[in-house]
Design a protein around this ligand. Structure first.
Ligand SMILES: Nc1ncnc2c1ncn2[C@@H]1O[C@H](COP(=O)(O)OP(=O)(O)OP(=O)(O)O)[C@@H](O)[C@H]1O
Length: 341
């Protein structure tokens, strides 16, 4: 039992925060099982993030860093904490907010309003990059064409690339994105359930994309186009486990972190897309393949990992394909790269 806890119990009064021993606790941290008050929670939370940044040498003074800002809770907390720590500990970072407007009416347009408020509140310059400008399609247009099924494939692929393109516009050295522990645990579980060893091995990495144009850091309102039932079940399952054992979520993440891919695993040759110049291990990057399908009125062409390699082949001459195998085999050999949002 912590000293503070013992003291507050001995006094026979109400239970007090076991850090400050002054205020009433408002939560029990699954990580430490400590009951702590709001003020102490903010303090330890921010200090832990600072320690992670320092221990992992995440930033260098003078770097330009884009915060992926969706207007949701995770990236809003991220923007606040990073701008605070940057001032408090004099990291010397030039911070920017980078928002991708997927063109989802009633969803992203609302959350972009939050980002615009953050721009003012935290005094961080905001860059908005839209799918419409980059690809000529909004997600509303894409869903009209392909329906709800598979639309997340387009959105995920386009967003990853849009973040990199926005980062290039801002001339930043790094991108940071926000992910909470529940999301990461769900992703670990989903990768196990799908047998996706490559993603499992990288989904808990604090840094990804060192082989790409810009390294990303993952610190972890549902989309209206994302029914995502499978993730929903995984979420419920994890929440049930957490009720039985509060540390379950952290244990799942730890399992993901400790997982190591065999060093003998063959890695794909990293090249650039012949069409747009983006990193790709195929002749065309996945975004260009998907876009070609949309523009030809054949949106299903680029869907499905097992067929995408064929699509890449179909769009050119199969014999010309750089590495030949399907995207499934390529992706399952991929160790680094970006996490699926
Ligand atoms: N449209 C976007 N523009 C910029 N960054 C984004 C966008 N969508 C997602 N991100 C980045 O990826 C992170 C994870 O996105 P995800 O869609 O999983 O949202 P989330 O977990 O609900 O986070 P948030 O609460 O910030 O929306 C976000 O915190 C943000 O940093």
């Amino acid at each position: 039992m912590e000293a503070g806890e013992a003291k507050s119990k001995k006094a026979g009064g109400p239970r007090l925060c076991c850090i400050c021993n002054l205020r009433r606790p408002v939560l029990k941290r699954p990580k430490t099982l400590q009951q702590i008050c709001r003020e102490c929670f903010y303090e330890v939370f921010e200090e832990e993030i600072h320690q992670v940044i320092v221990k992992n040498h995440l930033f260098k003074s003078g770097e330009r860093v884009a915060i992926g800002a969706s207007g949701g809770k995770d990236s809003t907390v991220l923007a606040y904490v990073l701008s605070e720590l940057n001032k408090r500990h004099s990291y010397g970072l030039d911070l920017f907010l980078l928002s991708i407007d997927e063109g989802i009416t009633g969803y992203r347009d609302d959350s972009l309003e939050t980002v615009k408020r953050n721009e003012v509140q935290y005094g961080l310059p905001l860059q908005i990059v839209s799918y419409k400008d980059l690809y000529g399609w909004t997600m509303d247009d894409i869903v009209k064409m392909i329906g709800l099924k598979n639309n997340c494939t387009f959105c995920g692929v386009f967003r990853r690339q849009a973040l990199d393109r926005g980062a290039a516009l801002l001339k930043v050295d790094k991108i940071v994105t926000g992910h909470n522990a529940d999301d990461i645990a769900e992703t670990v579980l989903l990768n196990i359930l799908r047998g996706d060893i490559a993603r499992l091995s990288r989904c808990t990495s604090i840094t990804t994309g060192e082989d790409g144009p810009i390294p990303r850091y993952y610190f972890s309102t549902e989309c209206i186009y994302s029914p995502n039932a499978y993730r929903g079940f995984a979420r419920e399952f994890i929440k049930d486990l957490e009720r039985l054992r509060p540390k379950a979520i952290l244990d799942i993440i730890k399992s993901g972190e400790d997982f190591r891919i065999a060093t003998t695993t063959k890695m794909p040759e990293q090249g650039t897309c012949e069409r747009c110049g983006y990193i790709s291990s195929q002749k065309w990057c996945k975004a260009c393949v998907l876009l070609e399908g949309l523009n030809r009125g054949l949106p299903k062409m680029g869907i499905g990992r097992s067929r995408a390699g064929d699509v890449n082949g179909d769009l050119h001459n199969k014999n010309e394909s750089k590495s030949g195998p399907t995207v499934k085999s390529i992706e399952s050999r991929k160790q680094c790269g970006s996490l699926d949002f």
